[in-house]
Design a protein around this ligand. Structure first.
Ligand code: PMP
Length: 354
């Protein structure tokens, strides 16, 4: 490429312009069919939540609910917290992140590094009841002057930014050729916003939710009784029905095991070269499972991979965690056992290990 003919500027004016417009990559090996995956770890804090976090703050500023120097409070399990902290720094505001004790310590460390004040609550308590993290966030908001509570579960700007931006990006990147959209469900911002945009553009597009076994959304959609069970896939399908999930847009919800989701993260890393987080493993193994029952010949499948695998050093990349959970180990790509033995023997006096 020659730069002689470039008339538009080639740089961005500030980091917030790097939110959104993420690449859409065709995955060729991890599932038997081609899957078009939107790589949301290209956002500044490496997750899809930068979009909603920045937009919720921007709207609150425009509506005069927030100004420079104010304090933002939000209950979040991590990614929204990072996005909010990043945005709060940009708008010169303080940030208190209320979270819970099962959030991995590397996420907490990163939040603190970004400048967040982190309050950690007991995960065993119902999030909305006394002592739970949503309850605590509300109380802190009442205690502090010039504070503003961000509630991503009820804030309509959360799904709205996916309706106006993420959904539209996908539609144009695929040139409108979409038959299925698969998504995980946390607050519901992603599935509701993108689902609404895509269904408006073409009502025949199927919107399929994927959640870890133990999540409650699948049963809620079917109108069945449900009981929440903890799962190792993070940041989605908590013990709470988020008001931002519009069930009318969702055609079906399927569930997959933690074991499959974690193993899929390794397959995605090795076969596609993508380092994705556990919810990405969940949605991809959900697609794989769906395809075992329905061939979907000539159908175009799109999904969103919400965040970066490097955020999960303590779980996804920790063999002790795998052992404790009883997960099957991913297929070993390492060299032949005999070669390993030869290497160890050749360097035994140097105490070389493998
Ligand atoms: N995956 C990850 C890693 C997330 O942090 C979130 C946000 N909770 C989601 C998926 C789900 O996104 P949403 O809140 O838009 O439903």
């Amino acid at each position: 490429m020659s730069f002689n003919y470039v008339t538009e500027k080639l740089y961005f004016d500030n980091i917030t312009q790097l939110i959104g417009n993420t690449p859409l990559l065709k995955l060729n090996s991890v599932v038997e069919k081609e899957i078009y995956a939107k790589l949301e770890y290209y956002n500044p804090t490496f997750s899809i939540k930068d979009r909603a976090a920045f937009y919720m703050l921007k709207k609150a500023i425009e509506e005069n609910s927030l100004k420079e120097g104010d304090t933002i409070i939000a209950a979040t399990s991590g990614n929204t917290g990072l996005g909010l902290c990043f945005s709060a720094n940009f708008f010169k505001m303080n940030y208190i992140c209320v979270t819970f004790d099962t959030v991995p310590k590397e996420k907490i460390s990163l939040l603190k590094a970004f400048g967040a004040n982190v309050v950690i609550c007991d995960s065993k308590l119902d999030s909305n009841l006394e002592g739970g993290y949503l309850w605590v966030a509300n109380k802190i908001n009442e205690m502090i002057e010039n504070s503003y509570l961000i509630n991503q579960f009820t804030d309509l700007n959360n799904p709205y930014v996916h309706y106006t931006e993420t959904g539209k990006e996908i539609w144009y990147q695929m040139d409108g050729e979409i038959d299925y959209f698969f998504s995980t469900i946390g607050t519901g911002g992603t599935i509701t916003g993108i689902g609404k945009y895509l269904k408006e553009m073409n009502p025949n597009i199927k919107i399929i939710g994927v959640e870890p076994e133990g999540g409650i959304y699948r049963k809620v959609l079917k109108g069945e009784n449900y009981e929440f069970k903890n799962h190792a896939v993070e940041s989605i399908s908590d013990n709470y029905i988020s008001p931002n999930v519009d069930f009318n847009l969702i055609d079906e919800i399927i569930s997959v095991s933690d074991n499959d989701s974690f193993n899929m993260c390794y397959e995605t890393l090795r076969k596609e070269g993508l380092c994705v987080g556990t919810s990405s493993g969940c949605v991809l193994s959900g697609i794989k499972k769906y395809l075992t029952n329905k061939a979907l010949t000539n159908k175009r499948i799109v999904t969103v991979l919400p965040d970066l695998g490097l955020k999960y050093i303590d779980t996804l990349y920790n063999s002790e965690f795998w052992k404790a959970k009883g997960f099957t180990q991913p297929e070993d790509y390492r060299i032949d056992l005999k070669i390993q033995e030869n290497i160890l023997e050749a360097f035994s006096k140097y105490e070389v290990r493998m």
